[in-house]
Design a protein around this ligand. Structure first.
Ligand code: PMP
Length: 431
């Protein structure tokens, strides 16, 4: 049935209304948004750095610490057994959130950074002289520096490897043709982000995976930014390793996840030694447990894992595609409204994007702009956002970044645009 224009319009309005009511309900789940800064409701536009915490995360964390805390996998008493069950249930919840085949593919780490370092260390232990690792220029430093360290370690061990760089375009996107030129039988691994933390650009991971595997290499995807926004299925994505952080996913701090395809994870050596990861310890040598325990040395972040599991469950129960589409609407509006301000330039113009917008205002230092916006209770980030090479490639020293979470609204975009326009006037922007 073809919809006549009026019907079409009302369908669009209906969808927008549905999304708005979902966002309103979501907002009610974030206690941070209930408090006031100098009498104003905070407009929090820095979720890409760290997101506000869902009520369920806070309550689960509190409950796990006050009423049911004990170490896991060790105690002979009932509370320890219950903690262990709750901790392992969280692993299952995270596996479901990621669309993983099994919870055995989920390793708890202290964050996305640690998850990537784990792979760089353990997978990196098997590199041979002449192997190549492809890293994109779009990366957060967390998915670049660990590979530089691996290159240094390998060179010191007499088996030098080469890092090859997948350059970005002027739009802060990555071209598959450029990857094709870098891939060869020497490629051991491709390390790339699912989405840029600085410019929002989403990378077509399914296609990257196909190309990488055709070359016989492994694919590590940094999902720190994508996990809070995109519905995910590890079964379909095609990556071999996927990393994300709890604190950007409306969950607790100091916890993150490495997902690894079983065939890949199971053959990796441990990266840290200590309790939990061992099978038997002799004075000279030890043997190690199966994955994932092999990668979880020491007492894990127990309450945080339990709260992350609950948060992932809650997030997965939301209409994620609807929320993502709404967020894309926010970023498009931000582009329109900010783009109309004289002297303002938006950097990164990928069509497939997360709700992240980075911009510069001629003649105004990003820090001054952020301080001005802060006086209106609008929180934005400034600097290179730990993506210095990507900024440099675009000829930038830094930028101002507004990044939206699942709780942001069109009114907040309006307030941002008005605030930036006032700042342009106040500072006499060169535009
Ligand atoms: N990768 C990306 C794309 C990120 O945005 C971040 C955090 N800004 C990280 C990795 C590192 O995450 P964490 O600091 O939580 O380990």
């Amino acid at each position: 049935m073809t919809l006549v224009a009026e019907d079409r319009k009302s369908k669009v309005q209906e969808t927008a209304q549905t999304a708005e009511s979902v966002v309103a309900a979501v907002r009610a789940e974030f206690p941070y948004l209930e408090h006031k800064i100098n009498g104003r409701t905070p407009i929090f536009l820095d979720s890409a750095a760290s997101a506000q915490k869902a009520r369920l995360c806070i309550e689960t964390l509190q409950n796990a610490l006050t009423r049911s805390y004990a170490n896991v996998h060790r105690g002979a008493y009932s509370q320890s057994a219950q903690s262990t069950l709750a901790y392992e249930k969280a692993r299952k919840q995270v596996a479901e959130f990621l669309g993983a085949k099994s919870e055995q593919e989920i390793v708890f780490t202290s964050g996305a950074t640690a998850a990537i370092n784990l792979v760089a260390y353990s997978f990196g232990a098997n590199v041979q002289a002449g192997d190549e690792i492809i890293v994109s220029e779009l990366e957060h430093h967390s998915n670049l520096v660990p590979w530089q360290l691996l290159a240094e370690r390998s060179a010191a061990a007499g088996k030098p490897i080469k890092l090859r760089f997948w350059r970005i375009t002027e739009q802060a996107t990555l071209r598959l043709e450029d990857l094709a030129e870098l891939l060869s039988s020497r490629t051991k691994l491709v390390a790339v982000t699912h989405a840029s933390n600085a410019f929002g650009s989403i990378v077509p991971i399914e296609q990257v995976a196909e190309m990488t595997h055709k070359a016989g290499a492994a694919l590590l995807v940094d999902g720190a930014q994508a996990a809070p926004h995109l519905p995910l299925s590890m079964k379909e994505l095609g990556a071999d390793f996927y990393a994300f952080s709890g604190h950007k996913t409306y969950g607790p701090n100091a916890i993150g996840v490495l997902w690894g395809r079983s065939e890949r994870l199971n053959v990796l050596p441990p990266w840290q030694g200590g309790g939990e990861m061992i099978r038997e310890v002799q004075l000279e040598k030890s043997s190690y447990r199966e994955v994932p325990a092999r990668f979880e040395a020491g007492t894990p972040p127990i309450a945080e894992a339990i709260a992350l599991g609950a948060t992932c469950d809650w997030l997965a129960s939301q209409p994620r595609q609807l929320l993502h589409d709404y967020a894309v609407g926010l970023v498009r509006t931000a582009h329109e409204r900010l783009g109309a301000i004289a002297g303002l330039r938006i950097h990164g113009t990928a069509t497939d994007t997360l709700p992240i917008v980075s911009f510069t205002l001629d003649g105004v230092h990003p820090h001054d702009l952020a301080t001005f916006l802060d006086s209106r209770a609008i929180a934005v980030r400034t600097g290179h956002h730990c993506a210095e090479p990507a900024h440099r490639a675009l000829g930038l020293n830094g930028s101002t970044r507004a990044s939206f979470g699942i709780y942001n609204t069109f009114e907040e975009i309006e307030a941002l645009a008005n605030g930036v326009a006032e700042a342009a006037e106040f500072f006499g922007s060169a535009g």
